[in-house]
Design a binder for this molecule. Structure first.
Ligand code: NAI
Ligand code: MG
Length: 332
């Protein structure tokens, strides 16, 4: 796979163009600030009120010196409409406020291919459809940019109406520092399916359940919750840092031989081949649209189950103990 760097991209592709960042949340704020720092003309599309309350993102965008418009106005003024709302709102907001302004030659951009791949948004044929996605949470992305570097990113072109779509999306990646770290070109499908698979099976789903079960088994057996928290949650970060730094081999060098032997002895007993089979089923649900359909049904109902799960998790002993411990061990 080719990795693109700074010299593969030219900011001139954005000269004279206005990028409207729609949604000034985690990604919206980080990306808008980085692009502006690189000299790109950026405006913000936001809603002044959200669920009847003042929207802090609107106020923050104003305070940080941006021209802030309603989503429709921003989409109308922009050449590139970069939607960075929570994924479950892209479809309805696109229909009600953006679609009418997607005139020929403009570009529709996003950081996750979900809504294009699962057809929650069907853009007209005469606009470019592009994606630029950081492989990082927003906070790290901004930090890396301010340190003069960047986080790795992905770019994709779904529709190239102008013949310039790739140049434009690469310029966006460069303006946010991604080409300093390295950018991979993929398809919307690859990004969407891999991203969903990763977060559902390993990064979020998977890891979280492993942590919770580990904590429950220890505390139910009478071990102190504080120790259990350190063992199965706090230390996970230190282990992952080693894997990040030099692979699983590097971690195995640093941990004791006893820990390494335990990894081989018990790992395949806990995560056995049936897990792999279920991962294959998960990938299938992602690729055939089952997961997306069910998630969009949940979103349409106002996300009642998401809210319930979120509230339940907050009551789990590991969350309560963890909160206390983290404040006790904060640097004073
Ligand atoms: P977010 O949850 O921070 O929300 C963005 C903003 O959208 C909010 O600040 C709010 O002002 C606005 N908003 C919320 N609900 C709205 C509604 N009903 N109508 C209109 N505006 C509303 O979003 P986040 O996490 O930054 O995600 C944005 C996009 O970036 C998504 O497509 C996501 O998949 C993608 N992405 C996010 C990453 C992350 O680190 N959070 C990493 C890579 C991609
Ligand atoms: Mg992801």
């Amino acid at each position: 796979m080719k990795i693109y760097h700074d010299h593969d991209a030219n900011l001139d592709a954005l000269k004279g163009k206005t990028v409207a960042v729609i949604g000034y949340g985690s990604q919206g704020s980080a990306q808008a600030l980085c692009m502006r720092d690189s000299g790109v003309k950026v405006i913000i599309g936001e809603t002044e009120k959200l669920d009847g309350n003042e929207n802090p993102s609107w106020t923050r965008a104003k305070n940080e010196g941006f021209e802030v418009y309603s989503i429709g106005e921003a989409a109308e003024k922009a050449d590139i409409v970069h939607i960075l709302l929570p994924d479950e709102f892209h479809g309805p907001v696109y229909k009600s406020e953006i679609e009418a302004h997607m005139k020929a030659g403009k570009a529709l951009c996003c950081s996750h291919g979900f809504n294009i791949v699962y057809k929650q948004i069907v853009p007209p044929a005469d606009v470019d459809v592009i994606m630029v996605a950081p492989k990082s949470p927003a906070t790290e992305e901004r930090k890396a940019f301010l340190a003069g570097f960047g986080v790795p990113g992905l770019v994709a072109v779904q529709q190239d109406a102008t013949g310039k779509a790739f140049d434009v999306v690469m310029a966006m990646a460069k303006s946010m520092g991604f080409t300093k770290a390295g950018v991979l070109k993929c398809t919307f499908e690859e990004e969407t399916y891999e991203d969903l698979f990763g977060e559902q099976n390993v990064l979020c789903g998977g890891t979280v359940d492993l942590i919770k079960y580990g904590f429950e088994v220890l505390t139910e057996a009478g071990y102190p919750p504080e120790m259990a928290y350190f063992e199965v949650c706090h230390e996970l970060k230190l282990i992952v840092d080693l894997i990040f730094e030099g692979g699983i081999g590097r971690m195995n060098e640093v941990i004791s031989n006893t820990a390494e032997w335990g990894e081989y002895y018990n790992g395949p007993f806990i995560i056995d081949p049936s897990v792999k089979e279920r991962m294959k089923q998960s990938l299938k649900r992602i690729e055939d649209g089952t997961f997306a359909r069910e998630w969009m049904e949940e979103a349409k109902k106002g996300r009642p189950n998401l809210m319930k799960k979120r509230a339940d998790l907050a009551k789990h002993p590991i969350e309560i103990v963890g909160k206390e411990i983290r404040t006790l061990f904060e640097k004073k």
